[in-house]
Ligand binder design. Structure first.
Ligand code: ADP
Length: 181
């Protein structure tokens, strides 16, 4: 277990959780005494999986890690982070494009988080593992939509198995096979 006083907050859509997310969460959890993985429940953004489904997958992914908790939130991240007593926000970086967006969000969250400089929240970045740097929820959703509609295209199914947990792959398959009928 990591630093005793550090609570990291890992927010994201996790629609659905991928091995890329899991890798970042587990590496982040090593630095902290507590890690909160929190699903952003944005009513204006349509998602494939409900907040409950997304949390169920996350719970399964981290079931053997007592200091990793699951939660969901909507509204201002900076405010939510303060309520949860987070020391810092955790985000993963895959590409230079991620850095562009994420550094802006980090500054924004810092600006909104507190009046006093010393209390402003920071964002901690962990670089994606090279093996997983191409993995994203949107690629998973897009691929699944084509792989499972009609028939299961086997090479695609194998590729998805390298990106998401078996239960997520099964849920994707069910969603699209059913969606077709
Ligand atoms: P959001 O919609 O908030 O970007 P995501 O669920 O897509 O949420 O991602 C949450 C966080 O996980 C982001 O910081 C993102 O950069 C990071 N992330 C996603 N996929 C990977 C991956 N394959 N490797 C490392 N970090 C990742």
């Amino acid at each position: 277990m990591g630093c005793h006083r550090m609570t990291l907050l890992y927010p994201g859509s996790f629609d659905p959780v991928t091995y890329g997310h899991i890798d970042i969460a587990l590496r982040g959890a090593k630095l902290a005494s507590r890690l909160i993985v929190s699903v952003v429940a944005n009513p204006n953004k349509s998602s494939l999986f409900s907040v409950e489904e997304r949390m169920r997958f996350l719970r399964e992914a981290f079931q053997n890690h007592a200091h990793i908790e699951m939660d969901s939130f909507s509204g201002l991240l900076a405010e939510y982070a303060a309520i949860k007593g987070a020391t810092a926000i955790l985000r993963g970086l895959r590409t230079a494009a991620d850095f562009e967006t994420e550094s802006r969000y980090a500054a924004y969250n810092r600006m909104l988080s507190a009046k006093e400089d010393s209390e402003k929240i920071d964002t901690v970045f962990i670089a994606a593992s090279p093996k997983l740097s191409h993995v994203s929820s949107s690629i998973v959703r897009e691929a699944a939509a084509h792989i499972y509609v009609g028939h299961a295209f086997e090479p695609g199914d194998i590729a998805l198995a390298a990106m998401v947990m078996p239960s997520v792959r099964m849920a994707l398959r069910n969603k699209y096979v059913k969606g077709k009928g």
